[in-house]
Design a protein around this ligand. Structure first.
Ligand SMILES: Nc1ncnc2c1ncn2[C@@H]1O[C@H](COP(=O)(O)OP(=O)(O)OP(=O)(O)O)[C@@H](O)[C@H]1O
Length: 219
């Protein structure tokens, strides 16, 4: 079995730019129903703060959507390879969603932390529950649609899934919203209007990181 990265490396303090030693900032975990707008909001965050945040690239057995880039949006892989990685304990969290497997590898998080950036995860609800069981310091934000009807409209307008996949996503959405209503996350952002929702999300993240809101800050 190949060596896996010990968890303590994800938790240990690290030196930034030589003179200051700072604690590793918390991992920001974004979740929410498929179609709620997580990718839309994260794209804005990465564009506004290109040197601050790094995306943890998940593995998935789902086929790529036309706009998705392998190795950047996801590591697209086969079910047997995903299974092998799982048996090697390569994943911090993994889940099956809408008939496909998704997982965050330890090395995906570690490579973001090694780059000195704040690590951002975009994962499913089952994955959120698993990350909560680890000792990783994380903050959890749930992106909610204004309503299930609007979620359905967005999923259909996106046009990346067939009828069966849309149906599965809407079923899961109900469960995810219920869990969020019970207070399972640190923050809920309702993505009603993109600009407003983005500002709320960005403000909350900057507050978590103890940073100002304007401009691209330097570590
Ligand atoms: N506030 C909004 N108002 C209207 N449409 C939106 C809004 N936010 C996102 N959308 C659109 O809704 C669709 C779903 O958004 P997006 O792909 O970002 O969702 P997601 O949560 O990342 O989904 P998945 O988990 O399936 O990747 C996209 O077509 C996007 O352009």
């Amino acid at each position: 079995m190949p060596p896996t990265i010990p968890l303590f490396r994800l938790l240990s303090p690290r030196a930034v730019r030589g003179v200051h030693t700072v604690s590793t900032p918390p991992v920001i975990v974004i979740s929410g129903p498929s179609g709620a707008g997580k990718s839309t909001l994260l794209k804005r965050l990465f564009t506004a703060h290109p040197n601050t945040f790094g995306f943890s690239v998940s593995h998935t057995t789902r086929p790529p959507r036309p706009t998705e880039r392998p190795g950047i949006d996801y590591h697209f892989t086969t079910a047997p390879h995903f299974h092998t990685l799982k048996s090697q304990n390569a994943f911090i969290e993994h889940a099956t969603f809408a008939a496909h497997s998704y997982g965050t590898s330890r090395s995906a998080i570690q490579s973001v932390l090694d780059s000195g950036r704040v690590c951002v995860l975009d994962i499913e609800l089952e994955g959120v529950k698993q990350v909560k069981q680890t000792e990783i310091e994380a903050r959890f934000v749930f992106v909610a649609p204004p309503s299930l009807a609007e979620l359905e409209r967005r999923l259909r307008a996106r046009g990346t899934e067939g009828e069966e996949a849309v149906r599965r996503r809407l079923e899961s959405a109900g469960r995810e919203m219920e869990w969020a209503e019970k207070g399972g996350h640190d923050k809920v952002v309702v993505n009603d209007e993109v600009e407003r929702a983005y500002e709320e999300l960005e403000g909350w993240i900057m507050g978590v990181l103890g940073r100002g809101r304007i401009g691209e800050e330097k570590l």
